[in-house]
Design a protein around this ligand. Sequence first.
Ligand SMILES: [Zn+2]
Length: 434
Amino acid sequence: MAPLLMALALAAAPADLVPPSPPPAAASGSSGSIDPAAATRAYLDQLPAEQRAKSDAYFEGGYWLTLWDFLYGAGVFLLLLQTGFSARMRDFAERVTRIRALQTGLYWAMFTVVVAVLSFPLSLYRDYFREHSYGLSNLSFGGWFGEQLKGLALSIVFGALAMMALYAVVRRLPRTWWLWGAGVAIVFLAFAALITPIFIVPIFNSPKKLEDARVVAPILSLARANGVNASEVWEVDASKQSKRVSANVSGFLGTERITLNDNLLNRASLPEIEAVMGHEMGHYVLNHIYKGLMEIGIVIVLGFAAVAWGFGKLRGRNESKWRVRDVGDVAGLPLAALLFTAYLFVMTPVVNSIVRVQEIEADMFGLNAARQPDGFAQSALKLSEYRKLDPAPVEELLFYDHPSGRARIFMAMRWKAEHPETWGRGASEGELSH
Ligand SMILES: [Zn+2]
């Protein structure tokens, strides 16, 4: 009995936590004060030049990928229209069933599969070969392909439901559908945000309850201090896919949960983990999901209005070739998708800025909540493995959906300089030791 218990205890023994690393000299406050600019530079200099060149190249390549993604997708949608293939898929759906909603669902399933097949070369390059060439993916080809198939199945099922609802609105309200349809889209986005952590994440990963009290206790304490309604902490095995560190606080209406990924647990010290969790709790406490849905909702209303306008102009002119009858005809979906993706492409800086502003707010909240400016700076450096560390201001404005590493480290060092009670003479032994 005793050896069995010992074996069990050993098996359950948590791995060692990463020890906190001391801040660089310029950020230590040993001289009695901290110059935020000098402290920021000292942190930025910790990232080896070679690694910095690599993450700059990866991130800048992403700017171009946004353009290639749009152009490639536009080509696919145009091909479906010009060859009459979209109309043929609609004709087939109409032969199979007389029920209009089922025709829409069936068309959507065919459309999704055809688009996935035609877009496969680009996604193979972008999501498999490119990620591997930068050392950012841990998936084998089989594992990656399996995830693609799961994603395809999910978008067939949930996308069909959304399309059936959307087209029902378009057909009943052909003149004002863009307004009501945007409402339908927002409801589906909210639904996705609600079910993703609980029903979708387990399709790709295996979340489990985190039991290590050394990590759980301070996180739950931080949660209680900030009104986050969660009593458990979860761990998700993201190392299956990549080495990216991440966490989130998700859910509403009783589905709240705090989740850390295993990369964060295995690669970050407790002060870094606390800094990251303070940020994630900020998203939750500041109601970013609701605010984001409203802001993105405005972007969608304007986008649907643009689609309604463009659809009217282009459909009539190409009626004989495309055989799209009206805006309620599902065969016109590639045209609607073409117009909407063009709109989103133009709106990229706006959408990025909506998200980035929330990220800055969560950063500020997290610094105040966790009071770990060095942990915050160190985790910002880890995120710079795949995000350019020190961009030009206009570059950050256009392309960044999170603040850059430099902006985040500067924010942390300014906070630290202005809160000497956390490191200066006012700090107690206990505060200094973690
Ligand atoms: Zn965030």
